[in-house]
Design a protein around this ligand. Structure first.
Ligand SMILES: Nc1ncnc2c1ncn2[C@@H]1O[C@H](COP(=O)(O)OP(=O)(O)O)[C@@H](O)[C@H]1O
Ligand SMILES: [Mg+2]
Length: 244
């Protein structure tokens, strides 16, 4: 149990007859950047939804920081120190950028003054200071993705689950997000990263799990994964692009 922050043990999720996740096991160590990759429909987002309490698992065990979180609600999981971003960004569009991040900060304080100060720190961390007063809905996608990060950082997470945080971004915007992720890891946050852009995945991840049709196809370092024949056949061989 020593260095593991997240431990997934034979987790399955069925939707009726559709087996979205099947007997998946892996562990994420503290301060790792851990990649979760695989074709569309492989079960990546469903696994995030199970880990963060949005869906009950059909079977299997999920432990975070040494305790079972199988039957926890999303808000409870968040207070334990796990935060996630959404594949489709969901800002509160009519609220300002700052107010969106304050919503996250209220997970750890009831004081509006403290929430605002902490929210402003998170905007600085992701480079959104200049946009604090704008309606969140008015931001272009690249900045909305940064807002997603600031909002979850405001909950003071130990672990961040990022669902295609670079999806829809160009190369430059992706590099900026990757640099922020590296800094977050240096500050002690553990990261699980779902991403299609293999250049991004291999440049940033310490370890990768490949899902295919709900099952774990492979696990290893970026070099092991990119040279694994089964992974190439199922996923990498088709000239896969960043997409949804
Ligand atoms: N709420 C749901 N109800 C029914 N089926 C779902 C639901 N969410 C996901 N699925 C199914 O689970 C499978 C995995 O989907 P998903 O986890 O979104 O894949 P990925 O994120 O890897 O692209 C798909 O077959 C999808 O249709
Ligand atoms: Mg998904």
């Amino acid at each position: 149990m020593s260095g593991h922050l997240l431990h997934i043990d034979h987790v399955s999720k069925h939707f009726g007859g559709n087996v979205a996740v099947s007997e998946v096991s892996f562990s994420v160590d503290k301060k790792q950047i851990f990649g979760l990759i695989g074709p569309n429909g492989a079960g990546k987002t469903t696994l995030f939804n199970c880990i963060t309490g949005y869906y009950p698992v059909t079977s299997g065990q999920i432990a975070f920081n040494g305790s079972s979180i199988n039957n926890r609600r999303p808000d409870q999981v968040c207070r334990l120190g796990m935060a996630r971003t959404w594949q489709r960004v969901k800002p509160l569009c009519s609220l300002s950028v700052l107010e969106n991040v304050m919503v996250g900060a209220f997970a750890s304080t009831n004081s509006p003054r403290k929430a605002e100060a902490f929210a402003r720190d998170q905007l600085t961390a992701v480079g959104l200071d200049d946009h604090a007063g704008k309606p969140a809905g008015s931001l272009p996608i690249g900045l909305k993705k940064k807002l997603e990060l600031a909002r979850v950082l405001a909950t003071r997470p130990k672990m961040l689950l990022l669902d295609e945080i670079c999806g829809g971004l160009n190369h430059t915007e992706t590099e900026i997000i990757l640099e922020i992720i590296r800094k977050l890891r240096s500050s002690g946050i553990t990261i699980v990263f779902i991403e299609h852009d293999m250049r991004a995945v291999t440049s940033i991840c310490d370890r990768i799990v490949v899902l295919n049709s709900g099952q774990k196809l492979a696990e290893g370092t970026p070099a092991e994964i990119t040279s694994n024949p089964a992974v190439i056949a199922a996923y990498l061989g088709g000239g896969h692009n960043a997409q949804d």
